[in-house]
Design a protein around this ligand. Structure first.
Ligand SMILES: CCC/C=C/C=C/C(=O)SCCNC(=O)CCNC(=O)[C@H](O)C(C)(C)COP(=O)(O)OP(=O)(O)OC[C@H]1O[C@@H](n2cnc3c(N)ncnc32)[C@H](O)[C@@H]1OP(=O)(O)O
Length: 301
């Protein structure tokens, strides 16, 4: 029932998907990420190293931080769609880079080696933390394999979609490092048992189980249909008040990490200023006139 076909999408949306598909690859300053704007206020970020199955190289870890720090403050970006070019989403961390970064760490003694290694791990973690800190919602669209660091990446995103051929695999157990980067625990509360099983066995999780366990919210027949679905979702979000959408992301993440009482308190403080936005009156008027929020021109934020 959660299976969606491209034929159900409009011609306009299919044109947006074609635009997104022909991003032309990375442009400076990026070498591993292709960035484009297929529709107003929607940024498409594509992992783009298909010949290496989008393995996460040293440049990737750095470029993600640069890009998401820029998007966080860019008023022309209200929502991000994230996907992978080529035959799969990602084969995880670049094992060639990891060999020099993690397996042969530099330093003159144990303390200095440990110090440097800790710094490196924190840099890796930052690559995904910037996605959470970016107040713009991130819709991730996964096709084919999503391995290791790919799972860390998608769990930092706000909405996860996948194709029927997608599979997910946490490789920490096989790496014999028992989740040393800590990313597997992100978003895992309440599903601890399943996360433990996946981390300890490194077994593959396929699309249907990903949907039934809540890792993804929708499964599509193929990549084209998924990208159309992702762009449609992004268009819906981009058409809403940026004050409301970005405040919602910030508050959802805050309440994930705090008690109900703390969440309510934070929300009250947030809203005592944000409810004074002109967007509220504009949205209320559109609702009374039975118009879509998409018809309202919200100021840039
Ligand atoms: C806080 C964050 C912490 C993050 C931690 C992350 C940890 C991890 O990500 S652990 C997981 C590491 N990844 C893997 O173990 C996957 C390794 N790859 C594979 O098992 C296979 O490539 C795969 C099953 C994905 C696909 O197999 P297929 O036969 O279809 O393709 P290949 O011929 O193997 O690969 C094509 C070219 O891509 C290169 N490549 C694939 N994966 C990686 C990788 N992870 N790192 C670097 N390069 C990779 C592969 O060498 C081939 O290149 P070439 O020989 O030049 O054609």
């Amino acid at each position: 029932p959660h299976f969606v076909l491209l034929s159900s999408f409009s011609a306009k949306l299919r044109a947006v998907v074609r635009a997104a598909a022909s991003s032309g690859g990375p442009r400076p300053p990026y070498t591993t990420l292709a960035v484009s704007q297929p529709q107003q206020f929607v940024t498409h970020v594509e992992l783009h190293r298909p010949e290496k199955l989008n393995a996460m190289s040293r440049a990737f870890w750095r470029e993600m931080v640069e890009l998401f720090s820029e998007l966080a403050g860019n008023p022309d970006c209200r929502v991000v769609v994230f996907s992978g070019a080529g035959k799969m989403f990602t084969a995880g961390i670049d094992l060639m880079d990891m060999a020099s970064d993690v397996l042969q760490p530099v330093g003159e003694d144990t303390a200095r080696i440990s110090w440097n290694l800790r710094k490196k791990i924190a840099e890796y973690q930052e690559t995904f933390s910037v996605i959470e800190r970016c107040p713009k919602p991130v819709v991730v669209a996964v096709h084919g394999a999503c391995i290791g660091g790919g799972v860390d990446l998608i769990t930092a995103c706000d909405i996860r979609l996948c194709t029927q051929d997608a599979w997910f695999q946490v490789k920490v157990s096989r790496c014999r490092r028992g989740g040393f980067m800590g990313g597997a625990s992100r978003n895992a509360r309440g599903r601890r048992c399943l996360v433990n099983e996946l981390a300890l066995t490194a077994r593959k999780m396929f699309a249907d189980e990903a949907a039934s366990s809540g890792l993804v919210s929708r499964v599509f027949a193929d990549k084209e249909a998924m990208m159309a679905g992702a762009m449609e979702l992004a268009g819906e979000i981009a058409g809403r008040s940026p004050v409301g959408v970005q405040g919602t992301k910030v508050n959802l993440l805050y309440s994930r990490d705090h008690s109900v009482a703390e969440g309510l308190d934070y929300m009250a403080s947030w809203n005592m200023s944000m409810l004074q936005t002109e967007d509220l009156m504009k949205s209320a008027q559109a609702a009374l006139e039975k118009k879509s929020p998409k018809t309202v021109a919200f100021s840039k934020l």
